[in-house]
Design a protein around this ligand. Structure first.
Ligand code: G1P
Length: 290
């Protein structure tokens, strides 16, 4: 069975980015001029997925508006002969079939995913966290779909992280099947580095089999008193294989301020219209540092 649907959880408060996220979704924070979630939707589309369910919630309406048509804006752009922008705005509304469901209360990533059960039904599906961008030659979701086709099991994207960062992530441990593939038997959400099973962190991309829903029903509240997706894998892995795939690409966690700054700088340097002048500015700024 191939993966045809994706779920993008985008319901969290964004407390790490206050006050910017007090009245706007963190997923709409732009990297230069493009909201983070648009990069995420593009990754799903580039991986061959056109059916996307976004789990939204209170204060997230801007995401719906962003992927909708805006006829007044389009008319204005057409009148003023801004054809390129006009086409770009049309493209955003036509990127994919995007559906929305609202998580009624913020109760963890596991709970958010559980809202997708009627939409994905009996099919495997991709999950892309709405505050993470990965820059890679092959889109990460495509890399995971390739692994899914090989192993026919749930696949978690993982990435090696420095020891002092393991407490920020879900960490996995298990039996290595190759340099990049592990059959996972241990899952800990945000562990103490001293007791973490490895330095492999769950990187915000997953392929899940429908059995995840039964596992989620049996998952008690965990870290932060929320239903954690990472905890559901503990139950799932006792019933079927769960595979971790070390992804190729550079991950950007937009949900925290420092990484957001770094992402903006790197992406600006890659943009033709800014690279030269912005590069010069950075060089001068760095030269002036003490
Ligand atoms: C979530 C997951 C965690 C994963 C991380 C990746 O945590 O619960 O397992 O490693 O995303 O970004 P969050 O960042 O939402 O706290």
């Amino acid at each position: 069975m191939t993966v045809k649907k994706a779920v993008i959880p985008a319901a969290g408060f964004g407390t790490r980015f206050l006050p910017a996220t007090k009245a706007q979704p963190k997923e709409m924070l732009p990297i230069i001029d493009t909201p983070t979630i648009q990069y995420v939707v593009q990754e799903a589309v580039d991986s061959g997925i056109e059916d996307i369910l976004i789990i939204s919630g209170k204060g997230k309406r801007a995401i719906e508006d962003h992927f909708d048509r805006n006829p007044e804006l389009e008319a204005r752009l057409e009148e003023s002969e801004k054809e390129k922008l006009f086409n770009e705005m049309r493209h955003i509304a036509d990127m994919a079939n995007i559906h929305f469901i609202r998580q009624k209360e913020i109760n963890g990533l596991g709970d958010a995913i559980y809202y997708a059960r009627y939409h994905t039904g009996n099919e495997p599906f991709a999950v892309l966290l709405g505050d993470t961008i990965v820059d890679s030659v092959i889109p990460v979701t495509q890399q995971l779909i390739d692994a899914f086709e090989q192993y026919n099991a749930s696949i978690l994207a993982v990435e090696k992280v420095p020891k002092d960062k393991v407490s920020r992530y879900g960490i996995v441990g298990g039996k290595r099947l190759s340099d990049t593939i592990m059959e996972v038997s241990e899952f800990v959400e945000k562990p103490d580095p001293a007791t973490a099973p490895s330095d492999l962190a769950i990187a915000g991309r997953y392929i899940l089999t429908p059995e995840i829903y039964t596992a989620l029903e049996q998952t008690p509240k965990g870290k932060n008193n929320e239903i954690q997706l990472t905890d559901a894998f503990k139950i799932l892995s006792k019933r079927e294989k769960v595979i971790a795939d070390t992804i190729e690409g550079k991950r950007y966690d937009i949900g925290n301020k420092l990484d957001f700054l770094k992402t903006t700088v790197e992406f600006a340097l890659k943009r033709k219209e800014f690279s030269e002048e912005f590069g010069e500015f950075l060089k001068e700024t760095v030269a002036g540092l003490k």
